[in-house]
Design a protein around this ligand. Structure first.
Ligand SMILES: [Zn+2]
Ligand SMILES: [Zn+2]
Length: 388
């Protein structure tokens, strides 16, 4: 068929009285005698017949717009000084203000809408000025209720923190003990094994072992696959109509292809893999490493000086060294808990140990993990405990 264009009849609706479906070239509304102007929109309907060659020759130029009243008048090929408006009966050059120029014309090449055969009145529009909903005192009341709830919540949290925080314990110190330990090490031959050989290793033996696997392609295999494709299955007609500015329009149509999605089965070649072991060298060797030989302990009590145990390094059969001394301090205490008198041994930092004496009573704090620390006397003095 191919592309083609034809001149067709357009229609308009009267903007004044609503009279529908008036033939395009008609200038006046048959209902109210409204004279068509530039505000009128032409449209196409199924009744938009193709014009005869005679009609088409008659409607070549767009309508001219009256300079005085704005009415659209058909172009009959007259010069500007002979143009007389059919609506207001005024010449287009007859007074000083109008000048000698040609009047404006209705626009051409504007795309027109398509409408069904029967005219359908537009749906009534909703009034946009809906009154706002009045505010009530409910919002205000709800705000107070939320405020009260918030206060209740924070009171609960406060109680929880008080219960969970550690309580100070008042304890009497019955005795104090300390230990100082020293670890003695020797550098002795140690056997080990691994994929890597340390630089200072000796007595090395090695073997080949599997360290992993890798995938190796050993061939290919045929696989069937469903493939989609688009095929042209026909054509459809697409049309567009533009106004000629005189109640007629040019409708141009073209054939556009229609595609359908179809499927076919394709065979494709995919690789086939096999797991293959990877081999590597595994070493067994001996290295000299510092290892613990023994731990020496010195014990003492109360304020006696914390001296480390005496160590004599022999360097036979292997070289020997010592690590830094480690001090540990202990208290033997007696304290009341839930109306019961208890005895315990507590480990605590040695600088706190040094601030205490046998027979003294002091405030301690137990952490969640069970450790004990001495409370600052200045801090606990403000909270006198109710004891018997
Ligand atoms: Zn009308
Ligand atoms: Zn006029």
């Amino acid at each position: 068929m191919g592309d083609r264009a034809e001149t067709i009849l357009l229609f308009w609706d009267c903007p004044d009285c609503g009279h529908p479906h008036i033939e395009g070239p008609t200038k006046r509304c048959p209902g109210c005698f409204y004279w068509r102007d530039r505000a009128v929109k032409f449209y196409e309907t199924p009744e938009s017949r193709v014009l005869t060659a005679e009609e088409e020759a008659k409607y070549t130029n767009p309508d001219w717009i009256c300079k005085v009243c704005g009415a659209a008048n058909a172009d009959e090929g007259l010069p500007v000084d002979q143009l007389l408006c059919g609506s207001c009966n005024q010449w287009q050059t007859n007074n000083l203000d109008l000048g000698n120029t040609n009047p404006d014309r209705l626009p051409t090449n504007e795309v027109v809408n398509q409408r069904p055969s029967h005219w359908i009145p537009p749906a009534p529009r909703r009034d946009p000025d809906t009154p706002p909903t009045p505010t009530t005192s409910t919002n205000w009341r709800r705000r107070i209720a939320i405020g009260a709830l918030g206060l209740g919540g924070s009171a609960t949290v406060w109680a929880g923190v008080t219960l969970l925080s550690p309580q100070p314990i008042e304890a009497e110190i019955l005795a104090r003990f300390w230990t100082v330990t020293v670890e003695v090490q020797e550098k002795r031959p140690t056997t080990d094994s691994g994929w890597n050989l340390p630089s200072d290793a000796y007595s090395v033996s090695s073997s080949t072992r599997q360290s992993g696997t890798r995938q190796v392609q050993v061939g290919t295999r045929q696989e069937k696959e469903r493939v989609s494709y688009r095929e042209k299955t026909g054509t459809k007609q697409e049309c567009k109509t533009v106004s000629k500015g005189n109640g007629t329009g040019t409708r141009s149509c073209k054939d556009v292809p229609v595609y359908t999605t179809k499927y076919r089965t394709e065979t494709k070649t995919v690789p086939v893999y096999r797991d293959e072991p990877i081999y590597d060298t595994w070493y067994r060797y001996t290295v000299d490493r510092w290892k613990q030989k023994q731990i020496l302990t010195q014990e003492g009590q109360e304020g006696s000086p914390r001296t480390p145990p005496s160590v004599r390094l022999t360097n036979r059969p292997y070289p020997e060294q010592t690590l830094a001394p480690v001090e540990t301090c202990w208290l033997q205490v007696s304290y009341g808990e839930k109306g019961e008198q208890k005895m315990a041994e507590w480990s605590l930092p040695c600088d706190q140990y040094d601030r205490l004496r046998r027979g003294q009573t002091a405030q301690f704090e137990k952490s969640a993990l069970g450790g004990v620390r001495l409370l600052d006397p200045a801090k606990t003095a403000k909270e006198p405990q109710a004891t018997k």
